[in-house]
Design a protein around this ligand. Structure first.
Ligand SMILES: NC(=O)c1ccc[n+]([C@@H]2O[C@H](COP(=O)([O-])OP(=O)(O)OC[C@H]3O[C@@H](n4cnc5c(N)ncnc54)[C@H](O)[C@@H]3O)[C@@H](O)[C@H]2O)c1
Length: 457
């Protein structure tokens, strides 16, 4: 007999790892994860999980079938569980009012209606998805309509970062739980606090009103993305002035009020969340008439778009203003290291622009080639997908580092240089390579926010 039964609706990058962690840390609870995507559930039940996260395979192998279960019986599981996390996707709307900005809440609302339809007893519904502030009110209204069952809606946004999800879930900086300040709200909140307290120190489990909790998630992502855009804006100035952005970031970051993290200049941020959550914040500000606040946050996105454009322009100018028929190898396609996720990856934009310039694009990545193939399907031009980085780089005119995978730091670049067309170029979009060493080997090297090192007079 299990002490608690918990359901999660949505078996994606958040639902899967989060529930695997609860199952591992709480063997006395039964955790079930459901999804409308049958294929995804089949993969969660197989040896080839639908997502890559360091450490995830091991945990799933340990707990699956013991107290973690993956199923497609959404309605049956809604009836069988009284604590329900909802972790469905909330992408940016692509149609109608707010297209390109507002969150598309259709998946969330369909789930809410399904819960209401199937529920036969009181439930605690936990918003795990990232949602616009005040979504819980809409949820309460949908769930409360024509029903005498009580639904208590809590907000428990997820702060994990892909690539380090297991570590983040195991040892979170904080867990945030927002609730109504009513007797049922407080009781539900305490129940959720007790679940996390199985492994998270109580002082790191913080509670707040439900609106603060919903908004905090959007703000956390906006602040993180803002740091990246701030340093990238400075990188563009460094490139004009022979300052080195890494030296500037170090000097600035050592001020303890500023801090050293998230100050790496790069080709720009990607991922499914930063852009979507900031646009959502911008839309919210505009809808409350707060246009200055909206413009401010929109600037973070503009700098990021500009950073990707600048990267391609640097390549074009460095390679004598034509890329036609040149072979360019992208080192990495995932939006960051240690994940196979390519959603909003800058590499998608860069690959598209290079193809428009009629370059031959070669893509290598240790985990993301399957997603890369899907992202670039139907694009005009010559694209090759090659697992082995040496094979991918051979006969290329240029390498462009798109993802900061450790493996790219330790390659035998002498061997790569010998196999490339000359003059050989490297464009380091993540500032992970040793420029001086590569320059001495004969490469012409361009890194973000640093003076180029070339062998041209
Ligand atoms: N990916 C991240 O790093 C991250 C981090 C924090 C928060 N979030 C937020 O968490 C939420 C989920 O993100 P994700 O990356 O896991 O998305 P995802 O696309 O990987 O997973 C969402 C899953 O929900 C399923 N789904 C959609 N509608 C459904 C329904 N009606 N019934 C059952 N299943 C349904 C989809 O099939 C999909 O498998 C989003 O709101 C996102 O903003 C994501």
């Amino acid at each position: 007999m299990f002490a608690k039964k918990i359901l999660c609706i949505g078996a994606g990058y958040v639902g899967g790892p989060t529930m695997a962690m609860i199952a591992m840390r709480c063997p006395h609870y039964k955790i079930t994860v459901v999804d409308i995507n049958d294929e995804k559930i089949a993969r969660w039940n197989s040896n080839e999980l639908p997502i890559y996260e360091p450490g995830l395979d091991e945990i799933v192998r340990e707990v699956r079938g013991r107290n973690l279960f993956f199923s497609t019986d959404i309605e049956g599981e809604i009836r069988a569980n009284d604590i329900i996390f909802v972790s469905v996707n909330t992408p940016t709307k692509t149609y109608g009012a707010g297209a390109g900005m507002a969150a598309d809440l259709q998946y969330w609302e369909k789930t809410a209606r399904q819960i209401r339809r199937c529920a036969q007893s009181n439930k605690v519904i936990i918003e795990k998805s990232t949602l616009p502030v005040r979504t819980a009110l809409a949820m309460e209204r949908i769930l409360g309509a024509e029903n005498n069952i009580h639904f208590e809606v809590l907000s428990n946004p997820e702060f994990l970062a892909e690539g380090s999800a297991i570590e983040d879930l195991q040892n979170p900086d904080r867990v945030l739980i927002g609730s109504r300040d009513t007797p049922t709200g407080v009781a539900a909140r305490n129940e959720l606090v007790d679940i996390f307290a199985n492994w998270v120190p109580r002082e790191r489990i913080i509670t707040s009103n439900i609106w603060s909790s919903e908004l905090s998630k959007l703000v956390a992502n906006a602040f993180l993305a803002q740091r990246i855009s701030s340093i990238n804006a400075i990188a563009s100035l460094c490139e004009k002035t022979e300052a080195d952005v890494a030296e500037v970031a170090r000097a600035v970051g050592l001020d303890s009020r500023i801090g050293t993290k998230f100050l790496n200049a790069s080709v720009g941020f990607g991922g499914s969340c930063f852009k979507k959550d900031i646009m959502n914040l911008v839309y919210l500000c505009r809808s409350y008439g707060l246009n200055e606040a909206a413009d401010y946050w929109e600037g973070v996105i503009k700098i990021n778009e500009c950073q990707k454009e600048r990267f391609v322009l640097t390549m074009l100018r460095a390679m004598f203003n034509t890329l036609a028929d040149k072979r360019i190898c992208l080192f990495g396609f995932a939006f960051k290291a240690n994940t196979g996720d390519t959603r909003e990856s800058p590499a998608i934009y860069i690959a598209r622009k290079l193809l428009e310039e009629q370059a031959v694009v070669v893509i290598t990545d240790p985990k993301a080639l399957e997603n890369a193939r899907r992202d670039l399907a139907g694009m005009k031009g010559e694209i090759l997908f090659i697992d082995d980085p040496y094979e991918a780089a051979a006969a290329s005119d240029a390498l462009a580092v798109m993802t900061e995978w450790d493996l790219y730091k330790d390659l035998d670049f002498e061997r790569i240089f010998d196999s490339m067309t000359k003059p050989a170029f490297i464009f380091d979009g993540r500032n992970i390579l040793d420029r001086k060493k590569l320059f001495d080997m004969g490469f012409n090297i361009y890194a973000v926010g640093k003076p180029p090192m070339t062998h041209f007079a």
